[in-house]
Design a protein around this ligand. Structure first.
Ligand code: XMP
Length: 318
């Protein structure tokens, strides 16, 4: 019978045998999969595992610092790399969603490759790939990592992609990954985190991205997500976030007329992200969050709630 404890025991043994005394590089994203993969590898090979956590400047408010601290608290051998400025520069003036994704993906590959080079004599690249990723990438692109490769068809593969690949969670579904994480003592709060897209807030700022827009959206998102937690709603929602719209509308503030930005809040129920329903959040909650956003976040004077399901609407707006 499959149990998380058995899985951990067996996988640790396999990893030790496979990797022996070689060095492994792993990119942490802050998400459940890469974290569980890292903790598993850490259990097997300790400091032979070198984790890299990149701040692309598009994470949630305080996320980079908080998560980095958590990683260190778990005893992971992790290096935090703040590359926010580099990503912003790469995104300058780009409005098209797919071009943004490409720019973010390419910047990540460059930063990660630079960092991986600093780990002398690394032989392995570990990834938090889980079973649904395996199926999806094979059917959609003709093979795992095909999407990454397409970014680099000019100068050849970045060096870290020539490493041997180890994917200890490859056979697991998401709920199994959570159970494995729990059996190794990972905090329930970490294991219950909502999914968050790799390009982060970059695809939730419609139109071009600036530091000021990122700051604004981080504040909005923080009020919304913290509100969900305070009201006991966070765990009832599969994913939640805010979109900064390229729309200004008229408002009043005291005696003044304002002409400021509009944000859309989105919360969905789903099991796998393939289909999703908007969540019927309590009106009192929406009222409170909306007031707080408009009162506290400078530059925002209107909040709307997205009541579209997937399909036909996607979860993200870009
Ligand atoms: P959509 O918007 O397609 O999103 O309904 C489904 C799920 O995928 C996430 N998503 C992404 N994740 N890179 C990612 O790592 C991306 O470019 C990306 N686009 C969407 C989205 O947050 C949702 O969980």
């Amino acid at each position: 019978d499959w149990t998380p404890a058995h899985f951990v025991e067996e996988t640790v043994e396999e990893l030790r045998e496979k990797i022996a005394s070689e060095k492994v590089v792993l990119g942490l994203s802050g998400g459940v999969d890469s974290t569980v993969a890292a903790v598993l590898l850490n259990k097997a090979i300790g400091n032979q595992l070198h984790c890299i956590f990149v701040n692309n400047g598009l994470l949630r408010k305080n996320e980079f610092q908080n998560v980095l601290k958590q990683y260190e608290g778990m005893g992971l051998n992790v290096k935090g790399v703040d590359a926010s400025a580099r990503f912003l520069e790469a995104l300058k003036g780009i409005e098209d969603p797919e071009k943004k994704r490409k720019a973010i993906g390419n910047a990540f590959i460059e930063v990660f490759d630079d960092e991986a080079h600093k780990i002398e004599d690394a032989k392995w690249l570990a990834q938090g790939t889980i079973y649904p990723d395996v199926i999806e990438s094979v059917s959609a692109t003709g093979g795992p990592s095909a999407t990454i490769k397409s970014h680099h068809n000019v100068g050849g593969l970045p060096d870290f992609m020539k490493l041997k690949v180890v994917e200890p969670l490859r056979s697991l579904f998401k709920d199994e990954v959570r159970r494995v994480g729990a059996s190794m003592g990972l905090h329930p709060e970490l294991l219950g985190r909502h999914p968050f897209p790799g390009p982060g807030l970059g695809i939730r700022i419609l139109g071009d991205i600036t530091a000021e827009k990122v700051r604004m959206l981080q504040e909005v998102d923080h009020i919304f997500v913290q509100g969900l937690k305070d009201w006991g709603l966070y765990d009832k929602v599969w994913q939640a976030g805010a979109m900064l719209l390229p729309v200004q509308s008229v408002g009043v503030m005291g005696d003044e007329r304002t002409y400021e930005k509009c944000v859309a809040l989105r919360a969905v129920e789903s099991t796998d992200g393939m289909t999703a329903d908007w969540v019927n959040l309590p009106y009192e909650f929406l009222q409170k969050v909306s007031n707080e956003i408009i009162n506290k976040v400078k530059g925002v004077n209107r909040v709307v709630y997205d009541i579209s399901s997937k399909p036909p609407a996607t979860i993200e707006w870009e």
